[in-house]
Design a protein around this ligand. Structure first.
Ligand SMILES: N[C@@H](CC(=O)c1ccccc1NC=O)C(=O)O
Length: 252
């Protein structure tokens, strides 16, 4: 069995609007802290060393994470949208499928026809609860200053089509599921109209689903299907997303 890490690190080096902040406390800092809490001297600990810890300030959408329906809109399918802590675990451990759009340029909008053509090419028919992973190789540009703008996105129609196949969890190795936000804004400013800004995300108003953003290493999964994906989100109370460490599980 082979396990493939599909996550990016939580790192301040990734250029995001709200990047991660990590304050590292050394073993010496830990001895000082423990001494203060316990009424001891730091020198009471061996070599004045105790716990190393980190304090992380992190938006729920920074790093590899899973969006909950609440992220998209206050309601979904006519009910209050579910938050990340309310979703069934069964959605996050299932058969995986990689659809390869790495030959498409950054900013390309993937259509329903593109999805159907790629499924045809790999010879696979989607079934309910498959986890569909969109590969654009944007993770290879993870430390680029414009990383957030350098992926192929999925159109609203194509998103609806995936959900029509019974899919509940989709994923992308790009910064976002939609085409890059700068292209959405440009198009809207040229001709203000509905269906341009965050179009695919808003599909979640009518159809309950989750999307994994900022995946990595989809190119390392040896087969387009015939593997499992484990991607349990961290249970952040009442939150619009939870971080995850998705893994592809490939049997020998
Ligand atoms: N990728 C998400 C948004 C996102 O990641 C985000 C949204 C608001 C504030 C911070 C975010 N991520 C990290 O800074 C999107 O495409 O909408």
């Amino acid at each position: 069995m082979k396990l493939i890490d599909l996550s990016v690190p939580i790192s301040p080096s990734i250029r995001e609007p709200l990047p991660a902040k990590i304050e590292y406390a050394s073993h010496e800092d830990g001895a000082n802290q423990a001494a203060a809490i316990l009424g001891l001297n730091n020198s009471d600990f061996p070599e004045s060393k105790a716990w190393a810890t980190e304090t992380v300030t992190l938006n729920t959408h920074a790093g590899t994470h899973i969006d909950a329906p609440w992220h998209y809109w206050p309601t979904s399918e006519g009910k209050p949208s579910r938050t990340i802590d309310e979703l069934p675990l069964e959605w996050f451990f299932s058969d995986g499928v990689v659809l390869d759009f790495s030959s498409k340029p950054p900013g390309y909008e993937i259509t329903t026809d593109d999805l159907i053509a790629e499924l045809d090419r790999i010879g696979y028919t989607l079934k309910p609860l498959d986890i569909v992973l969109i590969r654009s190789d944007a993770d290879k540009r993870l430390y680029h200053e414009h990383y957030a703008y350098l992926h192929a996105g999925v159109s609203a129609d194509a998103t609806v089509w995936l959900l029509d196949q019974g899919i509940k969890v989709v994923g992308t190795d790009g910064w976002g599921w939609d085409i890059p936000l700068n292209l959405q804004a440009e198009s809207f400013k040229k001709e203000p109209r509905e269906g341009v800004l965050w179009a695919a995300h808003y599909v979640g108003k009518d159809r309950e689903y989750c999307q994994i953003e900022k995946l990595a290493n989809l190119d390392r999964i040896p087969t387009p299907f015939g593997f499992k994906v484990s991607c349990f989100p961290v249970k952040v109370e009442k939150a619009s997303a939870g971080w995850a460490r998705p893994v592809a599980i490939v049997e020998d």
